[in-house]
Design a protein around this ligand. Structure first.
Ligand SMILES: NC(=O)C1=CN([C@@H]2O[C@H](COP(=O)(O)OP(=O)(O)OC[C@H]3O[C@@H](n4cnc5c(N)ncnc54)[C@H](O)[C@@H]3O)[C@@H](O)[C@H]2O)C=CC1
Ligand SMILES: O=C(O)C(=O)[C@H](O)COP(=O)(O)O
Length: 382
């Protein structure tokens, strides 16, 4: 069995050589002739899988992406040709949710956002939107959910319509990029509704650039009452428009989901999918590759209160992941020349909250314990 895998898939060699002859390809280098003798193809979002690539693939059985998004794959064509396919939905939901939390804590510290009074409008209540809602709950931050597809499918959570979500203090986008269907997301935010966002609002896009009409955003950002904008994703990646970067508050290069755990879960899901398709047992597990949890000594300022203060939460959570560090490095790299792809390739080691053991000394209130567990930490009393 021959497996081709994109070389940005962490531990690709360890996982796929366990199944057969595994060969890595560099991002951007794969062509149709490489697929002549390929049985299984593993990609990330940077390989476009379409008719051109798959035109000569007589042995191909399955294509899997180690990412949540699938807009780089022509699913209709895959189905039409009878190729099995798989995504890694949910692999990096926690990482993206932690990215948004890092933005919120920075807004609290640097933009006087009163987190106890705001409401976050989460647009798209799938894996990421749900993970975000859980973190916001743990942080005592109010939120509403907008997801007409889930609402129609009978999801029992409470939903609001998109106009109400867009009136929230913070609007965070977590939809897939879709061009067709009754709720297509291309240009979901456009000149019309961007005009309604006010200067007190914060707009975060960590899903796909195409969900915001970029020319309309650039025009809106020129106006004195423009909302504050944070972007991780852009149109035409990696050849993005530097004008966007220059006009927003925080700008990062499509790394919201790039925690070590998020990327590795993606690899594991692809490996499991290949094993299942080939009727082979999955013999490797995430734990075979994940580093041990890291200890942090933590003492609440007042262990008897029911919730930690936002200033203490900011210190704790931003010491683990501060999006402003990514913003600083990304801007530096973009200022020299467009080094979008290089920034992503050299991205630092980032662990999720669940990769930390908080060592608590003494008695701590039930409320604080619930909060820390809700954020994902492993707790240890010393
Ligand atoms: N920046 C990054 O590193 C990452 C970006 N992403 C992007 O975020 C997207 C969402 O990820 P997941 O939550 O894992 O996907 P998901 O498929 O679990 O959830 C997406 C949700 O959006 C909803 N939705 C679709 N159209 C909608 C519309 N017009 N309005 C409101 N809701 C709508 C769907 O019903 C679904 O519940 C991915 O498709 C991917 O493009 C995901 C992970 C990392
Ligand atoms: O999972 C997704 O969808 C993403 O956008 C990834 O986090 C980014 O994927 P790569 O571009 O690193 O494949």
């Amino acid at each position: 069995m021959k497996i081709l895998y994109e070389n940005s898939i962490p531990h690709g060699a360890d996982y796929f050589s366990q199944l057969g002859s595994a060969q890595a390809f560099a991002t951007g280098s794969l062509s149709a002739t490489d697929l002549q003798d390929c049985d299984y193809l593993a990609v990330r979002s940077t390989t476009v899988v379409n008719e051109t690539l798959l035109s000569q693939a007589p042995r191909l059985k399955m294509v899997a992406t180690a990412t949540a998004g699938t807009n780089h794959m022509d699913i209709e064509y895959l189905n039409q040709r009878g190729f099995a396919w798989q995504d890694a939905g949910g692999c990096n939901a926690v990482a993206v949710a932690e990215y948004v939390v890092s933005v919120l804590l920075n807004s609290y510290l640097h933009r006087q956002l009163d987190l106890s009074r705001i409401t976050v409008g989460i647009i798209g209540a799938g894996h990421v939107g749900t993970a975000l809602s859980r973190l916001l709950h743990a942080l005592n931050i109010s939120y509403v959910l907008n997801d007409p597809l889930r609402q129609q499918a009978g999801d029992s959570r409470a939903f609001v319509d998109v106009d109400e979500a867009l009136q929230c203090d913070v609007v965070s986008l977590h939809v897939p990029f879709t061009r067709s269907g009754s709720h297509a997301t291309e240009n979901l935010l456009n000149a019309g509704n961007l005009a309604l966002l006010g200067e007190d609002q914060l707009l975060i896009n960590a899903c796909r650039g195409e969900v915001i009409e970029e020319t309309a955003l650039i025009q809106r950002l020129q106006q004195p009452d423009a909302p504050t904008v944070v972007l991780d994703v852009y149109m035409h990646e990696p050849a993005i428009n530097p004008q966007v970067v220059d006009n927003i508050w925080l700008s990062t290069g499509h790394i919201a989901g790039h925690s070590i755990e998020g990327k590795l879960r993606g690899t594991q899901m692809v490996y499991d999918a290949f094993c299942a398709h080939a009727n082979r047992p999955s013999e490797l597990e995430l734990e075979d590759f994940l580093a041990a949890p890291l200890p942090i000594d933590f003492t609440p300022e007042d262990p008897s209160v029911e919730a930690l203060s936002y200033s203490q939460l900011s210190r704790l959570l931003l010491s683990i992941y501060d999006v402003r560090e990514d913003d600083g490095l990304f801007r530096q790299m973009m200022a020299k020349s467009n080094q979008f792809a290089e920034f992503r390739k050299a991205y630092r080691v980032r662990r999720e909250f669940n990769a930390y053991t908080l060592r608590l000394s003494g008695m701590v209130s039930e409320g604080i314990l619930r909060q820390l567990t809700g954020l994902g930490f492993i707790l240890e009393t010393i």
